[in-house]
Design a protein around this ligand. Structure first.
Ligand code: HEM
Length: 258
């Protein structure tokens, strides 16, 4: 919420409910936090107090993107970790799956991003999962979305049939090549295979459809735009020694803030 400063890694304590414990962040996977802890432990043993948690997050994201077939981009280093992490700041600052393009854009614009950059960054949904509750209204209930591909909707209904009891059920955001970073996400949107309403709306809305078409037709253009937008994302709200620190543990500020 504070920018690229690892505020999302901080754990809640008796004095502060941290942002990762807001309901919207409940779905963040525990094994991702574990990996960061392992990287941090190795780094602290080798060179204590040098590499921030924010730099670990930025670099490991880039490495994962590249490892699964996506573009390489430079990650500048030297970020410090922030001093604040508050659950109440999450709402209103994270885009939601049921928002309009206009509403999502206003959140991206607050952080200096354009419409085209928002669409490029949404291409991150070429990997990863979404829990059923995020798209259940598109498949169940009084008004299922007729624009969702019928076969895809059938598979999702089956997968999510017990989702209110089993909250862990989740579907791939890119059902065609879920383990690959490619432009399939944009091709899917044209065929009713966008999982979230916020994915599908990028094709439906006339302001974003031409950008989706460009990325669906040319993976290189998508990769170039995505790489530049990720470089930019890595500079949002960066902290220096005046307003940040290198945390000893990524889940705790070095001093207890009370
Ligand atoms: C444009 C507005 C966006 C909306 C409305 C949105 C919404 C969502 C939602 C609802 C999920 C599923 C969460 C869950 O159920 O676990 C999700 C997952 C994900 N989002 Fe987004 N997102 C947006 C933009 C982005 C951006 C800009 C990125 C990165 C640059 C991104 C990366 C991801 C990834 C990697 C996942 C999968 C997480 C996992 O597998 O654990 N999203 N997003």
């Amino acid at each position: 919420m504070e920018g690229c400063d690892a505020s999302v890694l901080v754990a809640t304590n008796s004095f502060n409910k941290a942002e990762r414990d807001d309901e919207l962040n409940e779905s963040l996977p525990g094994d991702a936090f574990d990996i960061v802890t392992r990287v941090k432990t190795a780094l602290e043993l080798a060179c204590p107090g040098v590499v921030s948690c924010a730099d670990i997050l930025a670099q490991s994201t880039r490495d994962l993107v590249t490892m699964i077939g996506g573009p390489f981009y430079e990650v500048k280093l030297g970020r410090k970790d922030g001093f604040e992490s508050r659950a109440h700041k999450v709402r209103g600052n994270l885009p939601l799956a049921n928002q309009t393009v206009h509403d999502m854009l206003s959140i991206f614009q607050k952080n200096g991003f354009t419409l085209r950059e928002m669409v490029a960054l949404s291409g991150a949904h070429t990997v990863g999962f979404s829990h059923c509750k995020e798209f259940s209204n598109r498949i169940f209930g009084p008004r299922p979305d007729p624009e969702l591909d019928a076969r895809f909707a059938g598979v999702l209904k089956d997968l999510c049939k017990d989702y209110t009891r089993n909250k862990t059920m989740a579907a791939f955001l890119d059902p065609v090549t879920p383990g690959k970073f490619d432009n399939m996400y944009f091709k899917n949107l044209k065929r009713g295979l966008g999982l979230l309403a916020s994915d599908h709306i990028l094709f439906k809305d006339i302001s974003t459809r031409p950008i989706v078409e460009i990325y669906a037709n040319d993976q290189k253009v998508f990769f170039d735009d995505f790489a530049r937008a990720m470089e930019k994302l890595g500079t949002v709200g960066v902290k220096d020694e005046k307003n940040g620190e290198v945390r000893r543990r990524c889940d705790h500020f070095n001093k207890l803030n009370v």
